[in-house]
Design a protein around this ligand. Structure first.
Ligand SMILES: *[C@@H]1O[C@H](CO)[C@@H](O)[C@H](O)[C@H]1NC(C)=O
Ligand SMILES: *[C@@H]1O[C@H](CO)[C@@H](O)[C@H](O)[C@H]1NC(C)=O
Ligand SMILES: *[C@@H]1O[C@H](CO)[C@@H](O)[C@H](O)[C@H]1NC(C)=O
Ligand SMILES: *[C@@H]1O[C@H](CO)[C@@H](O)[C@H](O)[C@H]1NC(C)=O
Ligand SMILES: *[C@@H]1O[C@H](CO)[C@@H](O)[C@H](O)[C@H]1NC(C)=O
Length: 301
């Protein structure tokens, strides 16, 4: 047992320290925008992104902030394994004692872009004591969802630890279906927060990466929550073809350019992804992008 643990340790240390860094961009293209790494098929400017597979263009605004194509969606980070995170804003619906309402309902529209919202890694979160919130896809009428969150008084939370799950008391959350490319949101209320005015007069909503928010009772009366952004996870993939179709297609070149790479079907959208083969790492979309890792003892076979 201890021998296996030792060998595993050797294996892990050699693979992390002994790796050759693979190139992740085409020559003469910028590898970064601000703090964001830009791996091919993404790229800044013509000739630097893989136009033939979709709109993977990055707009590097002021050399410091990366945006998806011409959109207003700012990128947090891009992973060569098929994920990308953008900044998502927080929606709110607030009432004052005279019944005056202020609100903002976020929406994101990725219609012409090769991205979908990850259905496994995001949650739609709703916070409030008199709050019904909705999220729906204006282009795909099959989908509309949401949840309701209620509380009568702060006494309801007595004895509940902070970080309790969003299960309907002060906070609720729901998953979204697979394949969604756009959403709009809305909030309604039954009593305009009349009965909770002293401790909660707003509903708050956001779609965000799971695990990025933990409910706290003090958030009900927050004056900061609406200013916060949280990452939304998007899945990206190549073209509208399966691996099999892409390998056969002569009009559009096969995207897994590196030797030592393989094709995997996207699990969210129609399309495929490339992955470096076992024992290799780097960028499978570039010729020679997947580099071998330094040989390790064959511990497991
Ligand atoms: C969503 O984006 C598409 C493509 O950019 C555009 O044609 C459409 O008008 C947008 N929809 C809304 C509601 O903005
Ligand atoms: C929950 O968090 C709030 C604000 O951070 C704090 O005032 C309160 O004491 C915490 N409650 C518990 C039960 O930890
Ligand atoms: C809620 O916030 C308001 C304004 O910041 C404050 O006057 C009030 O005491 C707060 N209520 C509670 C229960 O913390
Ligand atoms: C090849 O891909 C293009 C673009 O996706 C598509 O229009 C065409 O029908 C495909 N050809 C074949 C033989 O699958
Ligand atoms: C991609 O390759 C890595 C390394 O071989 C492997 O761990 C990972 O599971 C692969 N990803 C998929 C989606 O097959």
């Amino acid at each position: 047992m201890s021998v296996i643990v030792f060998l595993l340790f050797v294996f892990l240390t050699t693979t992390t320290t002994g790796t050759v860094t693979a190139s992740t961009l085409l020559p003469s293209c910028k590898a970064k925008c601000g703090d964001v790494d830009i791996p091919y098929p993404f790229g800044i400017g013509d000739g630097c992104y893989a136009k033939e597979y979709g709109d993977f263009r990055i707009n590097c605004w002021g050399n410091s902030a990366a945006f998806l194509s011409d959109s207003v969606y700012e990128i947090v980070d891009i992973s060569v394994t098929g994920e990308l995170r953008i900044k998502g804003s927080t929606g709110f619906d607030c009432y004052d004692r005279s019944g005056e309402r202020t609100y903002y309902f976020p929406s994101v529209n990725l219609s012409n872009l090769p991205f979908t919202f990850s259905h496994t890694r995001n949650k739609f979160v709703v916070i409030g004591c008199d709050t019904n919130a909705y999220i729906w896809d204006q282009y795909d009428t099959r989908y509309s969802g949401g949840c309701m969150s209620y509380c009568e008084s702060l006494d309801s939370f007595k004895g509940m630890p902070n970080g309790s799950s969003c299960s309907g008391l002060g906070c609720c959350d729901v998953s979204i279906p697979r394949g969604i490319k756009s959403y709009i949101t809305g909030i309604t209320t039954y009593y305009s927060y009349k009965y909770s005015m002293d401790f909660n007069h707003c509903g708050f909503i956001f779609l965000a990466q799971q695990g990025q928010y933990t409910f706290s009772v003090s958030d009900l009366n927050s004056t900061r929550l609406e200013l916060q952004t949280r990452p939304i996870v998007l899945d990206w993939s190549i073209g509208g073809q399966t691996c099999e179709e892409a390998k056969k297609n002569r009009t559009v070149p096969y995207a897994c350019r590196s030797d030592n790479s393989e094709c995997i079907e996207s699990n969210n959208a129609v399309g495929y992804l490339c992955n470096c083969s076992k024992g290799y790492q780097g960028n499978p979309y570039l010729p020679r992008g997947c580099q071998g890792m330094i040989k390790t003892p064959h511990c497991f076979d």
